[in-house]
Design a protein around this ligand. Structure first.
Ligand SMILES: NC(=O)c1ccc[n+]([C@@H]2O[C@H](COP(=O)([O-])OP(=O)(O)OC[C@H]3O[C@@H](n4cnc5c(N)ncnc54)[C@H](OP(=O)(O)O)[C@@H]3O)[C@@H](O)[C@H]2O)c1
Length: 256
């Protein structure tokens, strides 16, 4: 039963997170929404009056995240679900390797998520059938060209969540990882522009929301791509390098 659940959703201003927010609000949940851009969050709170708690902020700022946690605690006293969707993707130009790209990616995709987890855990402990959800990426299945920064950060997030699952099981807190492959977040509203094999963000969000109700350990899509990446990971390293180059050329190196 999802209606009435108190959910903190990060990354709610665009892409998968924005579509998930709409899906979840339509299903009657209460949502605490975070992103730096306030406009889309306000639009949702006006469209779904009484269901939205606005908790905007920069999640890479530890203090801001603590304040967000305090606001949720004062307003709701507990959280039933936390969905960490906020993230960024920057590609590395290996010919001019710049460690700041790695730093930014780790900061937004890994450290910010750990700040959120710090604020959320006491609230989840007070919640009903608590559920912690983090969006990682299919890229962690095998190394891909130019994905060094994004892949390193998301691999770290994967380990963080999977090891938390082991410790939190005793407390009855379920942990689910979501591993998207290619989601067309910028052009989701126009299916004609979708590149073959990509899912529009609306489809990805609907699928994630539906799957989360079953509380699986992982939600993966599109499954064909994931099977391909998992198969790639079992091959000898030199074959992986050749195939990863071909795959990135076919997919346009724009996502994962
Ligand atoms: N699209 C894909 O193909 C794909 C594939 C694999 C994994 N993923 C993951 O899925 C999640 C959603 O991706 P998306 O494509 O929907 O991304 P998106 O459209 O770029 O949206 C990213 C969201 O994160 C928020 N965000 C970024 N930095 C933030 C910060 N410092 N503080 C607070 N909020 C921040 C953004 O809000 P503001 O800018 O307003 O702060 C925005 O709401 C991400 O974790 C991404 O890594 C996506």
């Amino acid at each position: 039963m999802i209606e009435g659940r108190r959910i903190w959703l990060t990354g709610a201003s665009s892409g998968i997170g924005a579509h998930m927010a709409k899906e979840l609000l339509q299903r009657g949940t209460r949502l605490a929404l975070t992103a730096r851009t306030l406009g889309p969050l306000v639009a949702l709170s006006e469209r779904f009056p009484g269901q939205v708690l606005l908790v905007p902020g920069d999640l890479t700022d530890h203090l801001q995240v603590r304040e967000i946690g305090m606001t949720i605690a004062q307003s709701w006293g507990a959280l039933d679900t936390v969905i960490l969707s906020a993230g960024t993707c920057e590609y590395v130009d290996v010919s001019q390797f710049d460690a700041r790209v790695i730093e930014r990616s780790v900061c937004t995709n890994l450290l910010a998520s750990s700040y959120c987890i710090e604020s959320a855990l006491p609230l989840l402990r007070a919640g009903r059938t608590p559920h912690l959800v983090g969006i990682v990426s299919a890229v962690t299945a095998s190394p891909q060209r130019r994905a060094q920064a994004f892949g390193a950060a998301k691999s770290g997030l994967r380990y963080l969540l999977e090891s938390l699952r082991v410790d939190l099981a005793d407390e009855g807190i379920d942990v689910t990882l979501v591993s998207p492959g290619f989601v067309d977040t910028s052009r989701a509203e126009n299916p004609e522009l979708s590149i073959q094999g990509r899912w529009p963000a609306s489809k990805a969000a609907a699928y994630i929301c539906q799957q989360l109700q079953k509380r699986p350990r992982e939600v993966v899509f599109p499954t064909r791509l994931l099977k391909l990446l998992n198969l790639l990971a079992t091959l000898p390293k030199r074959v992986q390098v050749v195939l990863a180059k071909r795959l990135s050329r076919r997919q346009g190196e724009t996502s994962l």
